[in-house]
Ligand binder design. Structure first.
Ligand code: TNX
Length: 519
């Protein structure tokens, strides 16, 4: 009862803030449907109705904007049954339409947008097509949750009227999927990308190689996948992506304004490569394939020339099929590599990545090496390493294991996952500030946040969903929404409202007792 009163007070306080200009109706009904929370929402107390006669008008001869409009039409079709026309025709006379326009407003940045929803029409404007794409996710979330069903639903497709201005706090908002410990096929990766897109995230990092498996076809070193792709944790069949399949994933992500970051982990975490090619080992003997979960026993032979030929070939082929700016070189937990070998190796690999026109990301240990001017260190466990990286001029991606590792169990009863870093309940996952977590690493040093899902204990899409949802929504909000406006007590009410959407999308989420889910 007491808790309820507190929630109510907070709800009223939030209402008061957003209702300054509202005329009638519940002023929070817009805000409470949205994750991540927008920069500003002014409810105006009326209702826009989407109808079978609605059209989507693109006020620009812009093929990307047209594609975004079509994406929206495709998303609205299954549940409504409406075949919304997407056209360049901007005949604005009829009510009930959605208008997408690009306008020169650099204050919105690459991903910002404004939404004017009146009872006559919806106007979505952005400076760039990516902003339109983020904005249509807001439109989707403002419709009833049934909009996410895949069959025609009997519903009134109403949206509360409001004017919204929105843009992200951090430019980099991502998640990582470990497809090495267990392999996940193209369809699973695409589903994951769709869910990232729904919550306005813009980076998907694929952990493509580890001791247990090599998951990307490299044409000049075919045994990497022919042999090294053949197993996974627990001894299953494993698998890999052909370059064509990888390109398909990249394009799918690009259509959603999501950048794919491929990771080849080295010099440790390389048993799958060492098992595939004897010459990569210092003793010229191929190792056995490995399906356990212990780490830190493998290393490329950093003294051999062939090792750098190998790295150059792999990075070269990967760079050629990766349009995004980044290549991730791992660099973590190389316990079998002497530090005097590790440092020159990681320094040289950065030069190779640079020569192929890409920017390096590595786990925080790479700070020990000579950093390229634009290399990025990913903080996962070691604050001194991350500070060292900053002192060398590097930027940081925040992935603190104790807050963002989605393979960490929610509590001691969670049936999947590990707990070496922490148990991470939803409040803990949400209630931290990237800009104050590590003293002396501040917002200017941080490009953004990433939440990794390591998959030693995760074998299928349902498992992925259970560990990722709903923590991912919190990470999306940390990356997108202003720190000053975030607090768990208010967030958990919005999170509760997302349940119907997650259900409509048939996502198996963790129903934490900390959240006041609707009955
Ligand atoms: C640490 S995070 C690792 C991974 C494991 C993970 C399990 C990092 C850079 N290395 O190899 O999968 O813990 O939680």
């Amino acid at each position: 009862m007491k808790g309820k009163n507190v929630s109510l007070l907070i709800l009223l306080a939030v209402s008061a803030i957003v209702s300054c200009t509202s005329k009638q109706g519940s002023p929070t009904e817009v805000l409470e449907n949205l994750i991540p929370k927008p920069v500003s929402v002014n409810s105006t107390g009326e209702v826009f109705v989407l109808a079978s006669t609605s059209n989507i008008y693109i006020a620009a001869e812009n093929s990307e904007a047209l594609k975004v409009g079509q994406y929206l039409a495709d998303k609205l079709k299954p549940a409504t049954g409406f075949a919304l026309a997407v056209t360049n025709n901007t005949d604005t006379a009829a009510p009930g339409n959605i208008h997408l326009s690009l306008l020169s407003d650099s204050t919105l940045g690459e991903e910002g947008y404004t939404l004017q929803i009146t009872k006559e029409k919806i106007n979505l404007s952005a400076h760039m097509p990516a902003g339109l794409f983020r904005g249509i996710q807001t439109i989707r979330q403002l419709l009833p949750a049934a909009i996410e069903q895949q069959t025609v639903q009997q519903s009134k497709w109403e949206i509360a009227t409001a004017s919204i201005t929105d843009y992200p706090t951090y430019a980099f908002r991502g998640s990582m999927l470990d497809v090495a410990r267990h392999f996940f096929g193209v369809a699973d990766v695409k589903k994951y990308i769709d869910l990232l897109a729904y919550y306005k995230m813009n980076v998907m990092h694929l952990h493509l190689s580890d001791d247990q498996g090599w998951r990307i076809e490299i044409k000049s070193w075919p045994n990497l996948t022919a042999h090294g792709g053949n197993t996974q944790v627990g001894g299953g069949n494993g698998g890999f992506y052909t370059q064509e399949q990888y390109k398909d994933i990249v394009q799918y992500a690009m259509d959603r304004y999501i950048t794919i970051i491929p990771e080849i982990d080295m010099p440790g975490h390389t048993n799958a490569a060492l098992a595939s090619y004897a010459e990569l080992n210092c003793n010229d003997t191929a190792t056995q394939l490995y399906s356990g979960i212990e780490v830190g026993f493998s290393t490329l032979c950093t003294q051999k020339d062939i090792t750098y030929k190998f790295v150059d070939d792999v990075i070269g082929e990967l760079a050629a099929i990766t349009p995004g700016p980044y290549l991730h070189i791992g660099g973590d937990e190389s316990h079998a590599t002497k530090i005097e070998d590790y440092i020159p190796f990681v320094s040289r690999v950065q030069e190779i990545v640079k020569a192929h026109g890409k920017q390096v990301i590595g786990w925080d240990e790479i700070a020990l090496s000579t950093m390229q001017p634009n290399s990025i260190a990913q903080y996962w466990a070691d604050a001194p390493n991350s500070k060292l990286a900053v002192s060398k001029g590097a930027k940081i991606i925040m992935s603190p294991a104790s807050k963002t590792y989605m393979d960490m169990q929610y509590d001691s009863t969670t049936r999947l996952g590990l707990h070496w870093a922490a148990y991470i309940e939803l409040d803990s996952a949400y209630s931290w500030n990237p800009a104050t977590l590590v003293d002396s690493i501040t917002k200017e040093n941080i490009v953004g946040i990433e939440a990794p899902l390591w998959t030693e204990t995760i074998t299928n899409m349902k498992h992925i969903e259970y560990m990722v949802f709903p923590r991912l929504l919190g990470y999306a909000e940390i990356g997108w929404s202003a720190q000053e406006g975030r607090n768990w007590e208010e967030y958990k009410l919005r999170l509760a409202k997302q349940a119907d959407r997650l259900k409509a999308m048939q996502i198996d989420y963790y129903p934490s007792a900390l959240v006041p889910w609707a009955k």
